[in-house]
Ligand binder design. Structure first.
Ligand code: UD1
Length: 363
């Protein structure tokens, strides 16, 4: 089978696509893949590292307000469709999958118009603009939250879950800990603000870093690539406690997550799929800067089931953060109960479900 995958901008749209590719490779050794992304999105850094053929098209996202920029965007979209048609014909794609982010707009649209079977994957409880637009043209739509169903044509929707939930399972947590510089014999909390990092979270961590230094647990703190130098500079002034390890980005997240007891994170949908698949409790600080405030809805799906504690960004301070971490990590019963609640929400066979969807369509 010749499969084109497109999705990007941020990690939350890229890792599910890669996880699906890995699932297909397990059973179909002859499958060929082509990933279409943009030069500027994180996908241009992440995908080539994974030895998957990568081609880029030039496209920008729509602004919600009417503006001259949108006229330019329409022209770029049409050019993107022309470029995509060319790439899809050359590659002779049997099926095309879009995993979100504006890049998959022209790619999936062009495929549908060429009569190639098409699928989109929606990770969030509230769909983004691109997937809403594409839902009219595609054959199937994989979703991860029941709440997303209402936004799409009912007959196309299948509850698949997020393929990344499958990929994170069965990893060696000790190897993960050692790779990140964590000790084996102490509880560990991972703090990260999605695939690009989050400034408000970084500010709160910096305010509490000295206090974290005196705790009986260790902290793996991921700043996000673009914030790393600035954070490091500040930490040099305050002092970096021995039990707080600071990294710009983690490339082996499945392994690292396997060794983690508690996570502090934004509420991006792919992160949540990973946490619930593994049964990791979390403190979630949803980004309020996303479409329809969808991260808060994602987060509530977990906090309503006591699998996570919801901390709104407006209430986020250094001391508050430490208080929440302490209250979970120092209470064995609560930790156990949250782990079980988190695990209950996971869809560990999501990658297989998504693959079945493709097979049915291509057959
Ligand atoms: C600002 C924005 O629009 N964010 C969206 C974006 O978030 P974002 O890209 O941050 O998405 P997620 O939090 O869902 O996923 C992040 C992914 O990056 C991985 N990771 C993260 C940090 C790191 O150092 N290493 C690493 O591998 C995580 O394990 C996860 O697989 O896509 C999500 C999924 O559609 C949406 O729910 C988010 O609202």
């Amino acid at each position: 089978m010749k499969i084109v995958v497109s999705g990007g901008g941020t990690g939350g749209h890229i890792y599910p696509a890669l996880a699906l590719i890995r699932e297909i490779q397990k059973t179909d050794k002859n499958a060929e893949f082509l990933y279409i992304g943009t030069e500027k999105g994180l996908e241009s850094k992440i995908v080539p590292r994974e030895n998957i053929a990568f081609k880029s098209i030039h496209i920008t996202g729509f602004r919600r307000k009417l503006s001259f920029e949108n006229v330019k965007t329409v022209l770029r979209f049409l050019k993107g469709v022309r470029n995509s048609r060319k790439i899809l014909k050359e590659f002779k794609a049997d099926v095309v999958i879009g995993t979100g982010g504006y890049v998959c707009g022209p790619v999936v649209y062009a495929a549908a118009k060429l009569g190639i079977p098409t699928v989109i994957h929606e990770q969030n409880s509230v769909p983004g603009l691109t997937n809403k637009f594409l839902s009219r043209y595609v054959d199937r739509i994989g979703i991860c939250f029941e709440e997303a169903r209402q936004f799409f044509p009912e007959n196309k929707v299948v509850m698949t879950g997020n393929p990344r939930a499958s990929e994170v399972l069965g990893q060696d947590g000790i190897k993960g800990r050692l790779s990140a510089g964590l000790k084996i014999n102490k509880p560990a909390v991972l703090i990260f603000g999605g695939s690009r990092g989050a400034k408000p979270l970084n500010e709160a961590v910096l305010k509490s870093i000295t206090e974290l230094g005196s705790k009986p647990y260790q902290v793996l703190y991921v700043t996000g690539d673009v914030h790393y130098d600035e954070v490091k500079k500040e930490v040099e002034l305050i002092g970096n406690p021995e039990n707080v390890i600071i990294k710009p980005f983690i490339h082996n997240m499945p392994e690292v997550l396997a060794g983690i007891d508690l996570t502090v994170a934004r509420a991006g949908a792919t992160t949540l799929a990973e946490l619930t698949s593994l049964g990791i409790p979390s403190i979630l600080i949803p980004s309020p800067y996303v479409t329809d405030n969808h991260q808060e809805k994602n987060a509530r799906a977990l906090s309503d089931h006591e699998a996570a504690v919801l901390l709104l960004e407006k209430d986020l301070t250094g001391p508050k953060l430490v208080e929440h971490i302490d209250s979970i990590l120092t209470d064995g019963d609560r930790l156990k109960q949250m782990k079980a609640a988190s695990k209950e929400l996971g869809i560990p066979d999501a990658a297989a479900r998504m693959y079945r969807l493709l097979q049915e369509l291509v057959k």
